[in-house]
Design a protein around this ligand. Structure first.
Ligand SMILES: [Zn+2]
Length: 336
């Protein structure tokens, strides 16, 4: 009996669909709440290869909804991508799993998307999603957008050249300060499971080649008011430059050197300098405050500052939404 027998018995997938799933390569971008649920579901479903990319590390406040992580991951400040990789390997050793600790921009996404059959959105920001939308359209690779906050969420499956893209449906990228976020309005775990469940359902159809049963439109759900809806769009938007002119403004724009992390009172800084020697940096910072470090990052806490420096040269400075202030904090503890 195959470990996938219940999935093969399901008429929508069958033996043939399962064979297709086993041969597929999946990219999950962002491994917080949605990414955890998506990666776990698709690993259990038996995809061939699964790459998970995430820029962040596990914190205690993640554990209420980010189902791949536990208290030890938070105590050791493990990067989400590597913690997820280890957990997913224990869940299904059939799957070739790869976790990448990185911030997804167009340059990083492009080769990853091209080698994938499908991309799933586990991010928490429009910055990355609009880049991803362009990169996927350019490569002709389908992707499934998903988002949730408070008790409501949305899902949209995008088939390049066939169905409306994110830009068609939402218009140009909303301003960074637009809308509520999980860090301002909170989020309950069940909406994560609902949104990720709908995304994973669309993913199974796309990978099994069942395009005929894809949901046609933007799915919205609100678990608190008990409202569920699908809004159709009747095709791609005639004004969408990504779809009609193959003009990929978001993918072609240079990545910002500083990004205010949505609603988190934190700024991510990218550096062009050589990545720091993490061990030496950890040893030096121990004199000035509390340090947790591993091979990927150093987390430093002192009464007046909290920051994390990654081996890839990025830094996240907490307690401010001002890039200039964040740079000053970084310079003070790490050097310019
Ligand atoms: Zn479009």
């Amino acid at each position: 009996m195959s470990r996938y027998s219940r999935q093969e018995l399901f008429a929508g997938i069958g033996r043939e669909g399962q064979t297709r799933l086993r041969q597929s390569r999946l990219l999950v971008v962002g491994c917080g709440a949605l990414g955890s649920a998506l990666a776990e579901t698709m690993a259990r479903a038996g995809v061939g290869a699964l790459t998970v990319v995430d820029r962040d590390y596990v914190e205690a406040t993640n554990l209420q909804r980010q189902s791949l992580f536990d208290e030890e991951d938070a105590a050791l400040a493990r990067p989400k991508a590597t913690a997820a990789e280890a957990r997913l390997r224990r869940i299904n050793s059939d799957v070739t799993v790869r976790g990448l600790v990185a911030d997804v921009d167009a340059a990083l996404a492009d080769p990853l998307v091209r080698e994938a059959d499908l991309v799933l959105d586990g991010t928490d920001n429009f910055e990355t999603r609009y880049v991803l939308n362009d990169v996927c359209l350019r490569a002709g690779v389908p992707w499934v957008y998903g988002a949730c906050v408070a008790a409501h969420g949305v899902v949209l499956a995008v088939r390049p050249g066939q169905s409306p893209c994110l830009r068609c449906v939402l218009g140009e990228k909303p301003a960074a300060a637009w809308g509520e976020t999980c860090d301002t309005a909170g989020v309950v775990a069940p909406i994560v499971q609902v949104v990720a469940g709908i995304q994973a359902g669309e993913a199974l159809k796309l990978l099994a080649g069942r395009f005929d049963v894809l949901v046609d439109g933007l799915v919205t759900a609100d678990l608190w008011s008990g409202t569920f809806d699908i809004a159709g769009f009747g095709g791609r938007a005639p004004w969408c430059p990504s779809c009609t002119e193959r003009r990929f403004d978001y993918a072609d724009a240079p990545p910002p050197s500083a990004a205010v992390l949505c609603g988190r009172e934190a700024v991510q800084l990218r550096s062009d300098v050589t990545p720091p020697d993490i061990a030496a940096l950890a040893a030096r910072l121990r004199a000035a405050g509390e340090v947790v470090s591993n091979e990927y990052l150093v987390r430093f806490r002192a009464p007046e500052a909290e920051l994390v420096i990654f081996a890839d040269g990025r830094a996240i400075v907490k307690g401010t939404a001002d890039p200039a202030r964040a740079r000053a904090v970084l310079a003070r503890y790490v050097g310019a």
